[in-house]
Design a protein around this ligand. Structure first.
Ligand code: GDP
Length: 304
């Protein structure tokens, strides 16, 4: 639909070869193109602004080489900056020295948490772990059942507060904090080395949701708190991410629905405003549509 940033910058710079140094006017034209490309990729406006300023500073110091097209030189700078914001290297899951490792999921309703819980469980199982899923989303009527179905598909047991299709364990209480605590205790007893705690989401951010998520965090002291966010959320990514970062101080981000039209701007927005790494990507509804996130590949997707 859009020309890639690389094409746009090459056009902007076509007469600049051999100039020695880029003028401020040249750089301004470039930065305008970069700004447009990032907004097209749905990166949040304040993030675009800060990013453009950083690229401008580096581009102004650039020696125009005879050999290299200045457009390509600037694209290289943009790419390096994007990868840097996205966390540089792929960030691996932190495993507890004394198992079980506890992974808590948080995010808005519909972000894809329950689906992700099944995917993560399956992926971990494939790596030789023995995960237990814990159903703490007691707000949405079908969430416990949905997690049980996902658990069954993944071949992973589910600790749940109500009787259900595939639950091996039933907790006595409907209090999500208590369910989380009991789930982790059960994992320890049954020698599961990873516990994935699915929590409730709301359509919008609200205090009660944050308090509940934060209480669960305090109760089970997770090794990782993964903030799950829909890549299609676009400009709302910044506010949502900031609210969850303050509420639960998440340790990593999972971007979902990357199979859609989103060009991944949400990844950049979230990583930039929170400084937290994107760790995984969800790319469809099937349990196997799940990937470890690679900053360099996302940078290319944003720029293409
Ligand atoms: P939760 O409310 O955060 O637990 O969200 P769900 O896991 O229930 O997901 C909400 C909807 O999004 C469901 O219909 C899922 O099938 C769908 N979904 C989740 N992840 C993805 C994804 O990566 N791609 C697509 N296309 N759909 C997804």
């Amino acid at each position: 639909m859009f020309n890639s940033l690389s094409d746009r910058l090459t056009a902007t710079f076509k007469n600049l070869r051999g100039k020695g140094r880029l003028s401020e006017a040249d750089v301004d034209a470039t930065v305008r193109e970069i700004r447009r490309a990032l907004l097209d990729a749905d990166v949040a406006v304040p993030v675009v602004r800060a990013f453009a300023a950083q690229v401008k500073e580096r581009a102004l110091g650039l020696e125009v080489s005879q050999a290299l097209n200045p457009g390509q030189q600037v694209v290289k700078i943009v790419n390096e900056e994007l990868v840097g914001i996205l966390g540089g290297e792929t960030r691996r899951l932190r495993l507890a020295k004394n198992p079980p490792t506890v992974i808590m999921l948080a995010g808005l309703q519909g972000a894809g948490k329950t689906t992700l819980a099944g995917k993560l469980a399956k992926w971990l199982k494939g790596q030789g772990h023995s995960p237990l899923l814990v159903a703490c989303d007691l707000q949405r009527p079908n969430a416990v059942k949905q997690l049980q179905v996902n658990g069954q598909r993944a071949g992973v047991p589910v600790f749940a507060p109500h009787p259900g299709v595939s639950s091996e364990f039933e907790s006595a209480t409907g209090n999500p904090v208590e369910v989380a605590r009991q789930g982790v205790a059960e994992a320890r007893t049954r020698l599961h080395d990873v516990v994935i705690v699915d929590t409730a989401g709301r359509l919008g951010i609200d205090e009660e949701l944050m308090r509940q998520a934060s209480d669960i965090r305090d109760a089970v002291n997770p090794d990782e708190v993964l903030f799950v966010i829909d890549a299609m959320i676009g400009q709302d990514a910044v506010n949502t991410a900031q609210a969850f970062n303050e509420g639960v101080n998440f340790t990593g981000v999972v971007l979902t629905k990357l199979d859609g039209d989103a060009r991944g701007g949400a990844a950049l927005s979230v990583a930039s405003v929170t400084g937290k790494p994107v760790m995984f990507a969800s790319t469809g509804e099937a349990l196997t549509d799940f990937e470890v996130f690679h900053p360099d590949r996302m940078a290319s997707r944003i720029l293409d």
